[in-house]
Design a protein around this ligand. Structure first.
Ligand SMILES: Cc1ncc(COP(=O)(O)O)c(C=O)c1O
Length: 354
């Protein structure tokens, strides 16, 4: 692997040639007293808050706020309708259907593969090692001239661990396509984000989301951090108003309560470690994997029976036992202290009844 990264080579021809849609709010974004340019309803909305005006297509206010928190200029930020939108845009911008491929490192987040299939892009799979780390040699062998993107997830879903930083850096330094690091669970991690590395690696795309630690999954806000050139490509392709006005207003309000988020995040870490200890003590739990996220992967003797038992008790976890390298595994999200106690109580009765 040697890195001679060139974004223009990577970009699909049709996207390079694309003249993006120019919305009313792109063409006039200042303040004016009479707005008759977007065929909106000038009277207002049948609600307490008015949503009759189209929102800012580039969400500058949100990005300025985020910029302060993340330490990245707004021009290096893309906001999407969940990070799933950013994943889909990556395929549409950089992968030619039926020609190109991406590398996935299972077990990992399922949307990379689904998005690849939707976009008719082949996936080359290089499984993680037994301790859920990158198989660097396998990845180097899998790369071919049509490999456009390598998707990494750290902390990884569903395994919960962070990838070794040096391994990720080796890939960044040597692969001349895009390296996507999905940091959906970074707030819970003992490792630091790769955001500071953006200035060093022009092929780096970092994904984060407000759906996890921020507690805003229902609002749908995903973030991509990358070079200005890559963010321009995202902006060219995205639907003009992909973040709605209600979402952006609520996200701005949420930032006022940053301390609350920090408090929950810290406590989730403490609860995670307590839960891991309790799970380890259960006889049907064979192994509890170390977690850097807000969930725990546990290998059990009979995942289906435990899953069904918990469903009967109205407790839902995720059965991941049919996923590569996760045989026998349940993925358990860390809940509130009460929820975690209900879970461990139920698992104790499961043990005594089985
Ligand atoms: C690793 C990872 N990335 C992305 C997402 C999706 O995030 P969003 O809600 O921003 O689409 C998830 C959701 O479970 C995830 O686990």
């Amino acid at each position: 692997m040697t890195n001679s990264f060139d974004l223009t080579n990577l970009l699909r021809d049709n996207i390079r040639k694309l003249t993006p849609y120019s919305s009313a709010r792109d063409e006039f974004s200042g303040t004016a007293s009479v707005l008759l340019d977007a065929n909106e309803n000038a009277y207002g909305s049948p609600l307490d808050t008015n949503y009759n005006r189209y929102p800012d297509p580039l969400q500058q206010q949100l990005k300025v706020k985020l910029s302060g928190i993340k330490g990245v200029p707004p021009r290096n930020i893309f906001l999407g309708n969940g990070s799933d939108e950013a994943i889909d845009i990556l395929f549409r911008a950089f992968c030619r259907p039926g020609m190109d491929n991406v590398i996935l490192v299972p077990p990992t987040y399922g949307m990379y593969e689904v998005s690849a299939q939707i976009n008719d892009v082949a996936t080359k799979k290089v499984n993680l090692t037994a301790d859920f780390q990158l198989n660097l040699e396998g990845i180097a062998e899998a790369i071919d001239p049509h490999t456009r993107i390598i998707f990494l997830c750290s902390p990884n879903n569903p395994t919960g661990n962070s990838l070794h930083r040096e391994d990720v850096e080796t890939i960044l330094a040597n692969f001349n396509g895009l390296v996507v690091i999905d940091e959906a669970y970074i707030n819970y991690s003992r490792q630091k984000t790769f955001i500071q590395e953006l200035t060093e690696y022009s092929n780096l795309v970092i994904l984060q989301t407000l759906s996890k630690a921020w507690g805003l999954a229902g609002l749908r806000v995903g973030m991509a951090f990358a070079s200005e050139e890559i963010i321009e490509v995202f902006n060219k392709i995205k639907p003009p108003y992909n973040i709605n006005q209600a979402t952006r207003m609520l996200a701005l309000q949420a930032w006022v309560n940053l301390d609350q988020v920090k408090y929950w995040t810290r406590h989730t870490g403490v609860e995670r470690d307590k839960l891991a200890t309790k799970l380890r003590a259960l006889p049907f739990v064979l192994h509890v994997y170390p977690s850097d996220a807000n969930f725990i992967l546990a290998k059990t003797t009979d995942p289906r029976a435990a899953y069904n038992y918990l469903v009967e008790k109205s407790i839902i976890v995720r059965d991941r036992s049919n996923v590569a390298l996760c045989e026998g595994c349940l993925r358990i999200t860390v809940g509130t202290p009460d929820e975690n106690t209900r879970l461990t109580d139920a698992l104790n009765t499961f043990t005594s009844e089985h």
